[in-house]
Design a protein around this ligand. Sequence first.
Ligand code: PLP
Length: 457
Amino acid sequence: MTIAEPTLTAGGPALPQERRLVTEIPGPRSVALMERKHGAVAGGVSTTMPVYARAAGGGVVVDVDGNSLIDLGSGIAVTGVGNAHPRVVEAVAAQAALSTHTCFMVTPYEGYVAVAEALNRLTPGDHAKRSALFNSGAEAVENAVKIARAHTGKPAVVAFDHAYHGRTNLTMALTAKSMPYKRGFGPFASEVYRAPVSYPFRDGGMTGTDAARAAISRIETQIGADQLAAVIIEPILGEGGFIVPADGFLPTFAAWARDNGVVFIADEVQTGFARTGRMFACEHEGVVPDLITTAKGIAGGMPLAAVTGRAQIMDAVHAGGLGGTYGGNPVACAAALAAIDAFENDGLCEAAERIGEIVARRFGELAASDPRIGDVRGRGAMIAVEFVRPETGEPDAELARRVAAAAHTQGVIVLTCGTYGNVIRFLPPLSIPLELLVEGLDIVATALRDVHTDSAR
Ligand SMILES: *Cc1c(COP(=O)(O)O)cnc(C)c1O
């Protein structure tokens, strides 16, 4: 069977901002591509939806069959400025025409320095800072740990329950959840310890300060601050379920770290760049991390990541100790400068706040009459809904999975997450038209109403 090729459309905000289904989801071209994938791509690389993208922008992804889907995922919090943002596209094209790569460690170029300057200026705290650029969030996290160890001369690192920091060996060790991230992939890096985190919905409403004191007491007895190089935490724990630690948890930890010569690393790979309504999520509680890792939203979809932090910590590493062939690629840097300009000047923090109000209000109202919604939480354009079995409060992953699947077939891209897999998370591009957001939420709400899990299980 030959399937007619839909007309080629450019992405960006020029795409019609509408949900429009012209085939079943997935359509025939996506089904055919999925067949090819099974024969060519490693089975360990799975997809949330069996739908192949062709173009994207504003608040939509258009697939290879011509269906226009509402994007409530941003490719996992990456296209905050919007997919194929015109200024990012222009910057990428202009830089690619000049040079695609020289390697910053061989013959450096201005874009890298300009991105470092922008990160030093934008991240919390007005102390002297330095930045180093990498390719992925995991690589940034690995390097933050290297830097903290070089600076302190100490080996141990603490990560938290429900943490996600990546899929490389060290970052798998830092990540909490076994399936699918760790199972069968050990042994893992040593000198990584885990501490409990404040999880207001599931820790009986402990205050942030009490939760931090409990974690600190465990760290002091089981590791000792004199052995500890760093604590690393996501200000909102992303893959773990958009867990927002209770007020006081982060500041208490940051203060303890400062008093004990421990480097406080904020992993803002998912929360950074206007996602939570502030440029960085640490700002909500006035926390100034020693090091901050960024990636995802930084460059409008181009692969780039960074570690930014106190100059005396960052500069503790010997010359040549940090780097990589592609880190801070010039095309990615050009994209980042355009994206950062958009984050700063296009009202995207305000857009994130508006999105958050709409999502939180919608599901907050539903929660009042639907006991399967255990919790609605998050900040800005990073809101999640945690599903439970009403009788017991136990996580209901099946419900989250079925609601997401029903939304997918209706043309809404939505992601699940959570240690227990029972959370649906909303991460729309900050460029999404609000009518489209509301339509997407309506579809998820209808899916929730219509999905009845077997309560006798
Ligand atoms: C996604 C993510 C990472 C890993 O980033 P990659 O670019 O996938 O390596 C690390 N930390 C957090 C908080 C993340 O959300």
